[in-house]
Ligand binder design. Structure first.
Ligand code: 5GP
Length: 211
């Protein structure tokens, strides 16, 4: 049986609550691990280095990229973000489903390099709800909120390249839906190649008279 984990990419407009959905998913169900990205943006209040992000300088970011240590990377509102490769692959080999909570440019790079990755876009029930949530969050300046809304317009253009769309109206519903979806992905024939091969070989052996 193929025990290798799957890559789950989650994107969604800033303020849609995808971080909360991911946190709940990991609390409620074992077998998920979260990739911790590197970023050149400064930490927000309460964010922890190594947990929320690895906060690094532009120079460090450039050398990681040049050395091929990032699975993907993108610029977002004037800063750089990237997914370190080693940790993700280590966890996949351990059988964990790896969650990459990244923006759309990075997600599309992942799909190209790793076609078996599952891309999920989390949307708000409406654009008005999104704006309201962004303003309420209060962690960004009015100018940053504006930039994030502009970015949402761009991101909405890429939504249709994703495999699934989830609406985050109710947190628990959204999280459980995501989990069910992943369970189905594990049942896909292409994910179970090793088991299929094993069953076929054994069946042939049986009809050829071996036990
Ligand atoms: P924030 O500054 O709000 O933490 O993140 C801004 C955006 O960058 C979010 O859409 C987030 O999902 C995305 N992001 C976080 N880490 C990565 C990463 O490693 N790669 C890419 N491409 N986007 C990321």
């Amino acid at each position: 049986m193929n025990k290798r984990g799957l890559i789950l990419v989650i994107s969604g407009f800033s303020g849609v609550g995808k971080g909360t959905v991911v946190r709940r998913l990991m609390e409620a169900h074992e077998n998920y691990a979260l990739s911790v990205s590197v970023t050149t943006r400064p930490p927000r209040e309460g964010e922890v280095h190594g947990k929320d992000y690895f906060f690094i300088s532009e120079e460090e970011f450039s050398s990681m990229e040049a050395e091929g240590r990032l699975m993907e990377w993108a610029g977002y509102v004037g800063r750089h973000y990237g997914t370190p490769r080693d940790y993700v692959f280590k966890k996949l080999e351990e059988g964990k489903d790896m969650i990459l909570e990244i923006e759309v440019q990075g997600a599309l790079q992942i799909k190209e390099k790793y076609p078996e990755a599952i891309l999920v876009f989390v949307a708000p029930p409406s654009a008005a709800t999104l704006k309201e949530r962004l303003l309420k969050r209060g962690t960004e300046s009015a100018e940053q909120v504006e930039k994030r809304l502009f970015r949402a317009v761009e991101e909405s253009e890429a939504m249709e390249s994703y495999d699934y769309l989830l609406v985050n109206d109710d947190l628990e519903t959204c999280m459980e839906e995501l989990h069910r979806l992943m369970q189905c992905e594990h049942r896909k024939m292409r994910v179970s190649r090793e088991l299929i091969r094993e069953i076929k070989t054994d069946l042939k052996r049986f009809v050829e008279g071996e036990s």
